[in-house]
Design a protein around this ligand. Sequence first.
Ligand code: ATP
Length: 223
Amino acid sequence: MSRTEGGQVQTPLGIFGGTFDPVHLGHLLPVTDAAREIGLHRVKLLPCHIPAHKATPTVSAAQRLAMVRLVCAKWPLFELDDRELRRDSPSYSVDTLNEYRREEGNRPLVFFIGLDSLKNLNSWHRWQEILTLCHLVVCRRGDCLASFNPDVSRLLEQHRTRDARHLKEKPAGLIYLADTRELAISSTELRGSLARGEATDLLPEEVLAYIQLHGLYGVRSEE
Ligand code: ATP
């Protein structure tokens, strides 16, 4: 067990990073399932910087943040962590995880990702360091098949656990594939639907209301 200096068992810190452009149910429901499965009651939502050339022209970082804030006010599981947006430039996950590690001592860190992100893990900046800093809890993704490239297959062989209790026993180093709802939703497709004026029930209602109020993603403004 991972314990404090006083000998108490430490609950892992859950973190879920993303561009959240916009935050949708494909982000929130699978992580809700995974958190329940592994016994976490709080997860930090960590919106990341998007380089200016990639940002959605009609949506600012402040508006992405506002949508995540609305979710955190409504969903008891989630709490906002705006540290990456408070910095001037994009930060790599490995740097942010190093920062958490410095703050949290040997408390287990659980970083939630979707299956597509696991498949691309070997393209992340300093990807070999990620599992020295945290555990990865992977959510299924409806539009993504579980076939892995050789680097990721090897990593899975070396680090996979099938027992969620192990995540509480050490600070980092494990990959757990959670049994989550499969939702084939992506922000990119959602933005397309919104721009075409199609109805969508794939967004939390508070986020849809915000998008409609401010006329984001090509939706006609109600302002
Ligand atoms: P884009 O369409 O721009 O790729 P996205 O919807 O994939 O956006 P991000 O905010 O970039 O969303 O993703 C943040 C995290 O959420 C990533 O780890 C990603 O794998 C995960 N994720 C996104 N959509 C889903 C989904 N439908 N099911 C499970 N995980 C998801």
